[in-house]
Design a protein around this ligand. Sequence first.
Ligand SMILES: [Zn+2]
Ligand SMILES: [Zn+2]
Length: 264
Amino acid sequence: MTAEMGLRFVILGSGSRGNAAYLEAGSTRLLIDAGLSARQIRERVEAAGGSIEGLSGVLITHEHTDHINGLRVFCKRQAIPVFCNRYTFESMPEELAERLDVRLFENGRPFQLGAVEVESFAVLHDAADPVAFLLRTEEATLAIATDLGHATTLVRQRLRAAHVLVLESNHDVRMLQDHPRRPWSLKQRILSRHGHLSNEAAGEVIREVVSERLRKLYLGHLSKECNRPELALESALDALEEAGARHVEVEVACQERPASPFVA
Ligand SMILES: [Zn+2]
Ligand SMILES: [Zn+2]
C-alpha cells in the first residue's frame, strides 16, 4: 500500500532537443510534455522508479517540437488523454492532432486529474498559446515554467506558490550574442519577450518569487551552445543568496538524463 502513496516528480529531460517530466501523486501518474522519444520516456520513467502504465494524462505546454515530439508514438501504444488548450491543439500537425484523445482546458481554470489539481497560466513565448503549469497535490505544489521570454506579473505571482519550481535558465546573454554561427534574427527571437529566459532574467525571477516554502529549484531548458550549467547555477545561487534563501536546493536539469527525483 505505501508504495502507492506520496509524491514523486522527475524531470526526464530538458533542453532544446526534448522536454518531458513525470509526476506521480498517489495512484495518479502523468506526464508534462512529451518531447523525448516514446522509448526514452518509458525508459527514463522506469529508471526513476515510476511507471507509464495507466497514465492519467499528458499535459502539453505548447506545440513546439521539443515538447510534443514523442506524443504520436507514445499515444499509439495506449489510449492516454492529452490535455492542452484550444490554440495549442489547433497548432499541432494535423496528422498528430487527429490521432490524439484530446481534452481541452482553459488557461487559468483549474481542473482535477486524480490526485492532482492542474492549473495552467499563460506565458509569453513564440507559440500559439503557451502555458506554464501549477500542479497541486496533497504533499506539495509544483510550478513548471520553461519556454518564456519574460516573466509577467501573473507568472511571478503563480510561481510564488511553489514548493518545487522548474524554471527556465536558457542562455548566457554574452554567449548568445557572441555566438558565431547563429543568425542575428534567431538571436533577436531568443532575446525577445517572446523568446527564452536568460540566466540573468531567471535570477531576477528567482529573487522575486522565492519563499519560505520553496524547497527545490530545478533550472531547465539550458541552451547547449549558448550556456553552461555552471553559469546557470551560479546565477541562481547568487539570486538565492541575495534573497537570503539558503534553504533552497538547486539542481540543473539536462538533456541526456533525468534529474534527481523530488520525493515527498
Ligand atoms: Zn522548448
Ligand atoms: Zn518553445
